[in-house]
Design a protein around this ligand. Structure first.
Ligand code: PMP
Length: 372
């Protein structure tokens, strides 16, 4: 063994200093995505479908899982699942499909493929937070154009921002999260035509909205439509879909990790889509209950309720009361989402997911008791 001294000396530094030296400053500046502990609470914070499956369907599903070979890698292209999704989501002929481990992963794949520190991801504020977060992970610039006070698109401002920043990609959620509204179709078309890069219409809440850009996905060179099964009652599976022209999707496919859709997800999603009528009945129920919840909230003095086309409702509480109300609801056993800290147009806003009729009633009575 050589007794020579090493030719270089590692700097004397603490663990904290070492981490700080190697992790990118923009990542150190972030906070990890926080998911609150919902144990023992009525969970109305995350836009989940509150329903399980009928016992007979559960047994059939478990029977299906019995045949899954856990020792084998999944089908890398998930051919059968894609076929089922194509039918279930009415993907037009000629459009290709890319699958992600949740639509969050699709956003990540898109930005990884487009990443360049000079390039811009553009969306609206308030909007879905992951567009901004993943832009940061990928080392891209992010521009969030404020919505108008009624949460409609400020199309002139979006067009001006597009002209200035020449975005590589524009994300618009349709309906929007966390506001719940659908933007004007005509405005979105104008934006698609003005965007130099690609426009992703994120239809995570499509099941509750009855409107879609999916039929038009092949009518433009730069339109992609994203969906997820999360809000249809399958949030635990982590499965999202992007539809659009092969010319784009072939490139994004290159950054997809080979087996990103695991065997249990493939088998379970295929099974669930064969029982689409069960999921559809649950969605119909949630839509009805959204109307009930909307009316019940509107009858409470001091709240401003925003119309929703999704499975959640955004409402504004009296000035400065959001934190107190959020905590009081939690103490009463109901977890909603407090958006006040995001500031801007979301100051004093809470968001509630539509639950079962019993959960919705519990939420409304807790809120009434707190507000009297
Ligand atoms: N897009 C929007 C607008 C969302 O609100 C969400 C989830 N909250 C997602 C995408 C991500 O959905 P998932 O990763 O569960 O498919």
């Amino acid at each position: 063994m050589s007794k020579d001294k090493p030719s270089f000396q590692l700097p004397a530094e603490s663990l904290t200093e070492r981490v700080a030296r190697w992790v990118r400053p923009e990542i150190r500046a972030l906070s990890a995505y926080h998911v609150p502990n919902a144990a023992g609470l009525i969970k109305l914070d995350a836009m989940e479908n509150p329903y399980g499956w009928p016992p007979e369907m559960l047994s059939q599903w478990l029977e299906t899982l019995r045949q899954v070979e856990l020792n084998r890698y999944p089908d890398p292209i998930a051919r059968e699942l894609k076929d089922r999704l194509r039918t279930a989501m009415a993907v037009p002929p000629g459009a290709d499909i890319l699958l992600g481990n949740g639509s969050d992963e699709i956003i990540q794949m898109l930005l990884l493929a487009l990443a360049d520190s000079q390039q811009t991801v553009l969306s609206v504020e308030p909007g879905f937070v992951m567009y901004h977060m993943i832009a940061t992970f990928a080392g891209m610039q992010y521009v969030g154009v404020p919505l108008k006070a009624d949460f409609s698109l400020d199309t002139d401002a979006v067009l001006a921002a597009i002209a200035k920043h020449q975005p590589a990609i524009v994300f618009l959620a349709y309906p929007n999260n966390p506001t719940g509204n659908l933007f004007s179709e005509a405005d979105i078309k104008t934006i698609i035509q003005a965007t130099p890069g690609v426009v992703v219409i994120d239809e995570a809440y499509h099941a509750f909205a009855d409107e879609s850009f999916m039929p038009q996905v092949m009518d433009y060179d730069n339109l992609l439509v994203m969906r997820t099964v999360s809000k249809m009652g399958l949030a635990g599976l982590r499965l999202g879909l992007l539809a659009g022209p092969a010319a784009w999707l072939d490139e994004f496919e290159k950054v997809r990790l080979p087996y990103n859709i695991n065997v249990l997800t493939q088998a379970s999603a295929e099974f669930a889509l064969q029982h689409a009528e069960v999921l559809q009945a649950q969605t119909d129920q949630i839509k009805q209950d959204r109307n009930w919840l909307d009316q019940a909230l509107r009858q409470i003095d001091g709240l401003t309720v925003y119309p929703s086309r999704a499975n959640f409702i955004l409402f504004r509480v009296p000035d400065g009361q959001a934190d107190v109300l959020f905590e009081a609801l939690k103490a009463a056993g109901v977890l909603v989402k407090n958006l006040d800290k995001a500031g801007g147009l979301l100051k004093d806003c809470l968001r509630v997911t539509v639950g079962t009729p019993t959960e919705n009633t519990a939420f409304i009575s807790a809120l009434k008791q707190i507000l009297v």
